[in-house]
Every structure is written in C-alpha cells, then in structure tokens.
Write a protein that binds this ligand. Structure first.
Ligand code: PHE
Length: 458
C-alpha cells in the first residue's frame, strides 16, 4: 500500500491539535478517577509513581502514537499496513477498535451521570434527596434514566463529530480547554482557602513509601495510559490530522504536562476539601459524585460550586468522548472506503453512535441490576468493560505499538518525523534516546509490571 495524497481531514493549526489532544487526554480519568485511585493508594506515594510513569511510559508512548499517525496519515485501520506495506500488523487496529468500543460503553454512562448532576445542580434539586448517597444510588440503580442520559451524551458528542475535524473538534477544543483550566485553578484556590485544607495537601504531597506495592504500581501504570489516552489509537487518529510541520516531541511534552497538571489540580480541589470536612479519601468511585457535593453543601455558595464542578466534568468528559468516537468514525470510513457500501463521515458517525448505544445500554442496565441476568458471572458489564479495556487491552495496545515502532517501523521514517527537518545534535540525541526506550525499556517494563501486578492479585 502506498501513502495516498491526502484530501483527508486535518487540523488547521498546531495549537488546535494540541488543544484537541489535551481535550482527549483530560477527562473523567483526571477529575473523577485520578483522585479516587490516589486516595485508595495512599496519596503522595501514588502521585510520585504516577508522575514517574508519565515520564517513562507516557511520554514515549505519546510520541509513538503521534509518529505512527502522522507518518501514515491513516486511522488505526490502515496506519500499520501503510507503514509496513502489508497487512500483517492490522490486528493492532482491530484491537484498538475493540478497546475503544468497550471504553465508550462505560465512559458514556459516567458522562451521562455528569450531565445529570449538572442539570440537578442548575435546577437546584441536587440537595433535595435525603442525602447524597441516596441521590447517587437512585441514579445508578435506575437503568432507563442512565440510558437516557447516555443518549444525551452521545447526541452532544455526535453533533461535534458531524462537522469536519477542523470545524468541530478543533474549534471546540480551542475554546473549552483554556476555559476548563481557568475554572479548575479558580476552584483549587477556593478550596485551598478552607480552614484545615493543609491536612489534605499533606496527604496528597507527602509520600509514604510503606504504601507501595506491585498493585499500586500496576494501578499507576493503568491510570497513566488511561489518562493520557494511550493504547487505543486515539492519538494515532489525531496524529493523522497533524499539520505537516508540527513538532511531535514538543506536542507530546505539552500534552503530558497539561494532563498531569489537570490531574494534580483535581487532587488539589478534592483532597483539601475532603479532609477539611473529615471524609475518608479512599471512598472510591463515589468520591466525585457523593463526597464532593456533600462537601460543597457545607461551603458557602454551594450550588455555584456544584455547577462549576459538574460543568467542568461535562466539558472534560465530552471532549474525551469526541476523541474516542473519532477513532471509530475514522476506522469505519477508511475500512469501507474501497467497498461497495462505503461510509462517508456522516454515515460513519451514525454507525458509531449505534454501536455506542448498544454498549452503553449494556453497561447502564447491567449496573442498575435490572434485568438480573444481564451480567458476566457475578460482575456487571460496566465493571467488566472498564477492567478489560483499562487493565488489559490498553496496556496490550501500548505494548504492541511500542514493539511495532521499536522493531518494525523503518528507523529512517521515525527519525524523519522526530527531527521534523531539524538536524541539530539535540534532535539526533532525542531520536536515539527515544528508540532505546521504546525498544527495550517500555516493552519489558509493561510486561514486568503487568505480571507482577496480576500475580499479586491472585
Ligand atoms: N484520557 C481520557 C480521560 O482521562 C480517557 C480516554 C482514554 C480518552 C482513551 C480517549 C482514549 O478521561
């Protein structure tokens, strides 16, 4: 296969691509998942391991995905085949597709919760139930209601996808991402002014290494992949839309730094608040939906804080859903391009929505417990999809991509993309360092952490 002339979709500016990639990376993973996983794993020590993972795996894998996407100019369906000139690596594309569909299943449901909470906060009904745990249980046991909000989340996402990428995704991300950052800084300052917030700060920043275990490291690695959107091809897809002279290394550093900054800001909002009001930081997935609103309730201007917080969550979640759906849309258009029933962008969006409606309804109804038979063994689909995608498929995807770029993609092509016309020694050195990391360190470390973590669970 030869690389075709691209009349393909593309971002018009470098900033646009960075904002869209940050939009993909910053999501429920940062604001909902990161604080509760850090809370369960002891706070400071987890933060440190997490940041190490970002540096050692996250950054090289961001560069890997962008390089594969930019060089091939294709979606995950064709990227590997174009680079290798044969179809032997196309299974990675299918693996990405499967992972994306599973992630979309539970991600859509949680985005639906965020929209529901935002509407409740705006209409002042968030604090009307007897207590916030009851409010959350009411929602998570009501299949039809969760399904309804998932459809709303999908509808909002597909409106953006309906437009070409430079008009929909690019424009929206350029507005929403800076807004999100400003809102988060504002909220963090507000929470830090609460009396007693320093206990939370200490929990979040002081590393207690007695809490370290193989499971903590596995969780940190999984969280790093999920948060940076690595391992299912979202950034290969965006890489294919990258303007020609964009610097891949600089872009990857910007995405990693901004994503980690938002995760830290989320911790800065949640932990001081949680400690100031004497709540357990290891509450789990309910932290953002039950604990935080009840903390807000005790603060002045509680409904404004809730509206801001759930507004933030909605923005972050929807820009990530957009990138997930774009993986499917690009895959479907490309896979059917030469076929009798080819799909243009609009038809591909519709088909992607149908697929996501099916998986998210499985998650929503199974989580609610009705019908009772809708589960796998004794686990609901919501949990199974999350575990299979985040703990298995995404690390496997990342591992395959690292092996592909390290051992099977022509080195000259990689260097050409990384140097970006620049022949300085520093670019040469960075290219060399990158190759050593993706060839040896990343694959060995992923396998080791994975085995160690899994064995410790048995
Ligand atoms: N990174 C997103 C988050 O933190 C989730 C995501 C994963 C998005 C994979 C796209 C691809 O919420």
């Amino acid at each position: 296969m030869q690389k075709e002339e691209k009349s393909a979709p593309s971002f018009t500016s470098k900033v646009g691509l960075v904002m869209a990639a940050v939009g993909s990376a910053v999501g429920l993973g940062n604001i909902w998942k990161f604080p509760y996983i850090a809370g369960q794993n002891g706070g400071g020590a987890f933060l440190l391991i997490y940041l190490l993972c970002v540096l050692l795996f996250g950054l090289p894998l961001l560069i890997t995905e962008f390089t594969i996407g930019k060089h091939s100019g294709r979606s995950v369906y064709g990227a590997f085949s174009v680079i290798r000139n044969n179809n032997r690596w196309q299974w990675i594309g299918w693996l990405c597709m499967l992972a994306t569909i599973l992630v979309m299943g539970f991600y859509t449901v949680v985005t639906g919760w965020c929209i529901n909470y935002l509407i409740d906060a705006i209409s002042n009904t968030l604090y009307s139930s007897s207590d916030l745990t009851a409010h959350f249980t009411e929602l998570s046991s009501n299949g039809p209601r969760m399904f309804g909000y998932s459809i709303l989340a999908l509808a909002l996402t597909s409106v953006v996808l309906w437009f070409d990428v430079n008009k929909g995704i690019e424009r929206l991300s350029k507005i929403l991402m800076p807004l999100l950052l400003i809102m988060m800084i504002f909220m963090a300052i507000r929470v830090l002014m609460l009396p007693g917030s320093n206990v939370g700060m200490r929990f979040f920043f002081e590393a207690d290494f007695s809490k370290l275990s193989p499971k903590v490291i596995l969780d940190a690695m999984g969280q790093c992949f999920f948060s940076l959107s690595i391992g299912l091809g979202a950034l290969i897809t965006y890489g294919a839309y990258m303007p020609k002279h964009q610097n891949i290394i600089a872009t990857s550093v910007q995405v990693a730094v901004l994503d980690s900054l938002v995760a830290i800001l989320a911790g800065l909002i949640i932990f001081p608040a949680v400690f100031a009001f004497g709540v357990d930081p290891a509450e789990g997935p309910q932290l953002a939906f039950v604990v935080l609103p009840s903390v807000f309730e005790q603060m002045s201007l509680s409904s404004l804080s809730s509206i801001m917080f759930f507004g933030l969550l909605c923005i972050a979640a929807i820009t990530s859903m957009i990138s997930l759906m774009e993986v499917l849309v690009a895959f479907l258009t490309e896979a059917t391009a030469q076929k009798k029933h080819s799909l243009d962008r609009h038809k591909a969006v519709l088909l992607a929505v149908v697929i996501c409606v099916v998986t998210s309804s499985l998650c929503a109804f199974s989580l609610s417990g009705t019908p009772e038979w809708l589960k796998i063994g004794d686990k609901d689909f919501f949990t199974v999809f999350d575990t299979v995608a985040s703990n298995f498929l995404m690390p496997l995807g990342a591992l395959s991509m690292a092996i592909f770029i390290g051992w099977f993609m022509p080195e000259s092509a990689i260097k050409q993309e990384l140097r970006n016309g620049n022949r300085s020694t520093i670019h040469y050195a960075l290219g060399f360092l990158f190759m050593q990391i993706v060839r040896y360190f990343v694959p060995i470390a992923i396998v080791a952490i994975f085995l160690n973590g899994v064995l410790s669970l048995i």
